[in-house]
Design a protein around this ligand. Structure first.
Ligand SMILES: Cc1cc2nc3c(=O)[nH]c(=O)nc-3n(C[C@H](O)[C@H](O)[C@H](O)COP(=O)(O)OP(=O)(O)OC[C@H]3O[C@@H](n4cnc5c(N)ncnc54)[C@H](O)[C@@H]3O)c2cc1C
Length: 389
């Protein structure tokens, strides 16, 4: 179906954030004259490449309630969308192998408890009971000294989240255009009036960019500069193995985290690469580093073959918090800066941005994350955003 010549709302990017926003605009506000423009296929960006960890064990007073609300929405999302999302609560162990890490994990537990999030600090003996396959000596090199245990931590099927939102949005009348890229944004007298696409011009009073790793390039089309740098992030899975790891294990010292998928694959994630790039090329260097540390924690993995390795690009902000809200261009909104942590935020960002677009009022939960914070010197530093910090 070719795009209409005009929509009330145009959303750029058919990842989780763009699709969720489209769904909630229609569902909560009756705004269904919405066109989602995805230059490739839906879920082809970070949403289809991520390691699917859901958690709320953040550290800043602004981020903890935001991610807690997202986790609560995820817990009922399958029923709401009428789609099996294969949600699997696991419990997340955040291991400390050094004194500074111990302090961080204790602090994480205290902050979480103060804000109603279930995270407790536990000892090596308790860790061993919760996760018997874990080598508590860290391969003899990185002994585990303690951990913050976040019981609500979970994994979910990422492509199911994409398809669930997309089909529910379409049932509400939203148009999703795959293979149609946005190439320019028209701004007249400081207001956004539409987008140029590979299928022609489409007028719209409201345009939202949810373009993931490319969000700063898209915002630049409207003349809006975002303080975002894009970095590659890699992951890999092994061949299938019998089910042995029923927790998610993360280590800030070893910069690695591991879970086992429903198919039995061991899924390993890490930190962003040190160089800024839009490249989705995978590297042997990453594989060597991440697999060595995975084996330090889970020695049985030494026997497994690597099945697949891939890379996504992450839109990193200087303070490791997202950018959500209005811009200096009227009718042009940003949902980005999701870095390595945005998959878990999809439901709450979608519903909050839909409220903002529909009513013009910024919901309190996302008020701290406006672009203006960088000009007003009130950033939201949140190193706990990264899957390994
Ligand atoms: C390896 C890896 C592991 C990760 N692990 C986790 C995790 O465990 N938990 C977590 O919470 N987060 C994780 N993340 C981060 C998470 O994947 C992202 O933050 C999140 O998916 C961003 O979603 P999005 O919808 O904003 O962007 P995307 O899913 O990237 O969607 C943006 C879409 O915009 C499209 N697009 C770009 N430019 C244009 C244009 N000009 N016109 C039209 N379309 C355009 C792209 O094709 C893309 O499909 C991980 C990321 C990676 C790469």
């Amino acid at each position: 179906m070719p795009p209409e010549r005009s929509y009330d709302v145009v959303i750029i990017g058919g990842g989780g954030h763009g699709l969720a926003l489209a769904y909630y605009l229609a569902k909560h506000h009756g705004i269904s004259d919405v066109g989602v423009f995805e230059r490739s296929y839906i879920g082809s960006g970070g949403t289809g490449r991520n390691t699917t960890v859901l958690r709320a064990n953040y550290k800043a007073p602004e981020t903890v309630p935001f991610f807690k609300a997202s986790l609560e929405l995820y817990n009922r999302l399958g029923a709401e969308l009428d789609f099996n999302l294969l949600l699997s609560p696991r419990g997340l162990l955040w291991l400390a192998h050094s004194e500074p890490s111990l302090r961080h994990q204790r602090e994480r537990a205290f902050v979480n408890q103060a804000m109603g999030v279930d995270t407790v600090f536990i000892t090596p003996d308790e860790i061993a009971r919760l996760c018997p396959v874990l080598d508590i000596t860290g391969g003899g090199k990185y002994p585990v000294l303690g951990a913050a245990y976040h019981a609500p931590g979970a994994v979910i099927r990422h492509d199911a989240v994409v398809w669930g939102y997309a089909s529910a949005a379409q049932r509400q009348g939203v148009h999703i255009h795959q293979g149609v890229g946005v190439t320019g944004i028209e701004v007249t007298h400081g207001r956004c009036t539409g987008v140029h696409t590979s299928a022609g011009f489409v007028s719209a009073g409201t345009v939202v960019t949810a373009a993931g790793g490319y969000v700063s390039l898209v915002a630049r089309m409207a003349g809006v500069r975002l303080p975002i740098t894009t970095y590659p992030l890699q992951a890999f899975v092994t061949e299938a193995y019998k089910p042995v790891l029923d927790r998610i294990v993360a280590s800030a010292d070893l910069l690695v985290y591991i879970s086992q998928s429903a198919r039995g694959e061991l899924l390993v994630g890490a930190e962003i690469e040190e160089y800024a790039a839009y490249s989705t090329r995978s590297t042997f260097d990453f594989l060597a580093r991440a697999s060595a540390h995975a084996i330090d924690l889970l020695p049985f993995m030494a026997k497994l073959r690597i099945l697949r390795q891939w890379t996504g690009v992450c839109d990193m902000t200087p303070d490791y918090s997202p950018i959500l809200g209005t811009t200096e261009v009227g009718g042009f909104y940003v949902d980005g800066g999701w870095g390595t942590w945005g998959f878990k935020a999809i439901p709450i960002a979608g519903t909050s941005m839909a409220d903002l677009v529909a009513t013009g009022r910024t919901p309190p939960l996302i008020a701290p994350f406006g672009l203006e914070r960088f000009y007003e010197d009130r950033t939201v530093p949140e190193r706990a955003s990264a899957g390994t910090h």
